[in-house]
Design a protein around this ligand. Structure first.
Ligand code: SF4
Length: 431
């Protein structure tokens, strides 16, 4: 299926607009991010959840849609200094709360452990006793020495970008390790005392069958992975895979079969679904950077969301590294209805929608605000309800995944594409 064409086509825009206006109000469409016009427009929100973007990679994989650049030591040094300025500026804000979660994503954070140590040291006095400190680790970097160094710095969760355990598929993705090394990386991670080892797998690659994905998940779980996250091969126009128009993949049917197969394997191993794409050992908080109700991001392209304010740093790594004072490139103030709809979107992605949490956050009844939608989902077998709220069913998770692929990922696609081409955009309109 040609996701790019469908996602950016008129029909998809019309459906997105209709649903957005219905759920989030007439002013929620289109979404407009603007450059702050003066220092007084800079958001100064604080949060218990921090994210740090470390964009350096040893090589650039063709499928990758993320904000990343090739490793260059002078740029890394300049980036480290800008990061120091940005984090120090944040810590001077009034009311900075205790940090409950601190995640490092990229890029390949495991390529720049010094920057991880630098940030953890800077925020150490603000860390909660049991703060989650998570780092994305490339399997080729996962030596015992590097993992021990991260643990020593205070990192207690890692996410390994294994992607596949088929040699030919790893080569297609230009990954710099073979299946045996990827398995060795899981073993090495398990031998260090991390409280959560997440393994990322990609599903839906050309020539990849659902059975391959199931076997990959089984092998990772057999080695003690605490979480399996099975992401579809992303279809983003700005990745090398997407640039030539139609993206090659395994096809819609095979991709959905893979999602179901991974789900079966994970459930049989006692893991529970914690998002549309992830399964986590029962009782463990999921490894996740996107589902927090609010967060503040640091680094090039990092996003933040506090209250109703969303903002992004410049995506340009050299521009970020050269900033004497880091200030946001784009800001959007969301209205109350959009905030509520945004919360619901991520709760649906997380597959559990807690009515009491909604009430506590917005002082309103979930049923009153979104009862029609949720009842419709229940009638269609996509959700079930109980006293605590709503849970997305297995069929529902497949549909959320479908809707995301066809409709909602377009926002990320458009925003990222625009911001990669324009370091300081005046405005980005998302339709
Ligand atoms: S997939 Fe990971 S290692 Fe490859 S370019 Fe993207 S961020 Fe870098």
């Amino acid at each position: 299926m040609d996701y790019l064409r469908l996602r950016h086509g008129k029909l998809a825009r019309w459906v997105r607009g209709g649903i957005s206006r219905w759920l989030a109000g007439p002013n929620a469409w289109p979404l407009v991010f603007r450059a702050p016009s003066a220092q007084t427009d800079f958001p100064h929100g604080v949060s218990s959840n921090l994210y740090v973007h470390l964009p350096f990679c040893k090589q650039l994989c063709p499928h990758c849609p993320y904000n990343r650049v090739l490793m260059r030591s002078d740029l890394v040094n300049a980036y480290g200094r800008a990061l120091e300025r940005e984090v120090a500026g944040y810590l001077r804000r009034p009311g900075v709360p205790t940090i409950r979660t601190l995640y490092f994503g990229g890029g390949t954070p495991s390529q720049t452990p010094k920057l991880i140590e630098q940030v953890v040291t800077m925020v150490r006095s603000k860390l909660a006793f049991a703060a989650e400190i998570g780092v994305e680790v490339h399997p080729a970097d996962a030596s015992s020495a590097l993992l021990a160094r991260l643990r020593e710095a205070g990192v207690n969760r890692i996410s390994l970008g294994v992607e596949s355990l088929r040699d030919d598929l790893l080569r297609k993705l230009a990954r710099r390790y073979d299946p045996q090394s990827a398995l060795e990386a899981i073993r090495a991670a398990r031998s260090v005392a991390f409280s959560c080892v997440d393994v990322n797998l990609i599903i839906g690659m050309p020539g990849q069958r659902a059975e391959d994905s199931a076997t990959d998940a089984e092998r990772c779980l057999a080695l003690g992975a605490d979480q399996v996250s099975a992401y579809p091969l992303f279809h983003f126009a700005h990745s090398s895979f997407g640039r030539n128009g139609r993206v090659q993949d395994s096809g819609e049917r095979e991709r959905l079969r893979a999602l179901k197969a991974v789900s079966r394997v994970c459930r049989a191993a006692g893991l529970q679904r914690t998002s549309v794409w992830s399964f986590t050992r029962t009782g463990l908080s999921p490894y996740s950077t996107v589902t927090h109700e609010d967060y503040v991001g640091f680094g090039a392209g990092a996003g933040s969301k506090v209250g109703g304010v969303f903002w992004f740093n410049t995506f340009s790594v050299p521009e970020y590294a050269g900033s004497m004072v880091v200030h946001p490139a784009l800001v959007m103030q969301a209205g109350e209805r959009l905030r509520r709809a945004h919360w619901l979107y991520w709760a649906i992605y997380g597959t559990h929608i807690e009515a009491s949490r909604y009430q506590a956050l917005f002082g309103r009844s979930l049923k009153r605000d979104f009862g029609l939608l949720l009842t419709g989902l229940r009638a269609a077998g996509l959700a079930r309800s109980d006293a605590a709220g709503w849970t997305i069913t297995e069929t529902g998770a497949i549909w959320v995944h479908r809707v995301q692929s066809l409709f909602s990922l377009s926002h990320i696609d458009n925003l990222w594409q625009h911001c990669r081409n324009h370091p300081w955009p005046r405005e980005v309109v998302l339709v």
